[in-house]
Design a protein around this ligand. Structure first.
Ligand code: DAH
Length: 341
């Protein structure tokens, strides 16, 4: 009986030694050490022996079982390591693979133009003043000298959010906000940002567009300052020989009002398709701030004067790059955008 037990021990250990994966190890455990396993079976044989042999044999069975148990634990640790190694290899990164290229982004042409324009005005001492896109009707129209029945309101088809709240139709909506905040001190701000108008989308008009507004208020401000500031701006953007001209115009919030043209950047003034043979390109609207607007901003129009101007940024981008369709700016087609990166 003892010989058989030792044969069993040898065979069980030999079987265990060649186990190489977790599933086979599990099967070995079930075959030997589990309650229904062979090693446990030996214990049941103890009772069949003559009483005198039982104690000695029982001890041997216990020793063999303990040895198998210990061998199993040792082997299990080896198998666990093997399995772990297999998993790590399967999940591992091949560091010898060539790296993937990093896709470099670029700024939108409108962002680039806005930054450039803001930079030019900052050099002249203007600071950026942000005002809300969703604006009171009062600030977008009324306080700019356009009461509810004013015919000038027809010039702008407006998105109404509420009876008295609109999506701002121009950056002029920030003028009175800036004045009220800075009054009684001087004002020298630029107001950049998106504006919204309920227009048909065509190559020349979009329902959203960027403007940049300029506002300068102080005791010594005069029309020649407007001319100086805008000439300096035009030359910074379009070259040192750039010419501008001011044409009389009408805006409710300025008096007098003008429109400012730059000499055509394409033909240099000789006349071409882009400037419709006139030699000039319309750049912006401007004027002396209307006394009513100054008063709405908190100022005494007999003590201070103001100049104001407002221009479209998309128009600048189109002009500078010879693009003839404003819709390209908002479609965000990467083939278009990449050309500015
Ligand atoms: N707000 C005008 C527009 O959207 C542009 C404009 C004209 C702004 C004259 C001004 C100004 O500040 O003085 O068409």
């Amino acid at each position: 009986m003892l010989d058989q037990l030792h044969d069993y021990r040898r065979i069980a250990l030999e079987e265990l030694a060649v186990v190489a994966d977790a599933a086979t190890l599990e099967a070995w455990y079930r075959a030997h050490l589990a309650p229904s396993g062979k090693a446990t079976g030996w214990k049941r044989n103890i009772g069949k022996l003559p009483v005198a042999e039982r104690k000695g044999f029982g001890q041997s069975v216990n020793e063999v079982t303990a040895e198998l148990e210990k061998a199993f634990q040792l082997h299990k640790r080896r198998i666990d390591l093997l399995e772990l190694e297999k998993r790590i290899l399967a999940e591992a990164t091949d560091v010898t693979l060539p790296a993937r290229g990093v896709a470099r982004g670029g700024h939108h042409p409108v962002t680039l133009a806005l930054r450039e324009v803001i930079g030019v005005f900052e050099q002249m001492g203007f600071v950026v003043y942000e005002s809300p896109h969703v604006e009171l009707d009062e600030l977008n129209f009324e306080l700019l000298n356009m009461p509810p029945d004013h015919p000038a309101r027809d010039m702008q088809d407006t998105f109404y959010v509420d009876d008295d709240v609109v999506l701002r139709t121009h950056t002029s909506s920030g003028q009175v906000r800036a004045m009220r905040q800075l009054c009684p001190g001087p004002v020298r701000v630029i107001l950049p940002g998106l504006c919204y108008r309920h227009e048909n989308i065509t190559p020349r008009s979009e329902i959203q567009f960027h403007q940049i507004e300029g506002l300068l208020v102080g005791p010594e401000v005069r029309l020649s300052d407007l001319k100086g500031v805008l000439l300096k701006f035009a030359r910074a953007l379009f070259g040192p020989n750039q010419a501008i001209r001011m044409r009389g115009s009408y805006f409710p919030f300025t008096e007098p009002s003008c429109e400012v043209d730059i000499r055509c950047t394409l033909c240099g003034g000789n006349g071409c398709r882009v400037c419709k043979q006139s030699g000039w390109l319309e750049l912006l609207g401007a004027g002396l701030v209307h006394p009513v607007v100054l008063r709405n901003g908190g100022y005494d129009p007999t003590q201070v004067r103001g100049i104001a101007f407002g221009m479209g940024i998309e128009r600048l981008v189109l002009l500078r790059h010879g693009i003839d369709d404003i819709r390209l700016i908002f479609q965000n087609d990467l083939r278009f955008l990449r050309q500015f990166a």
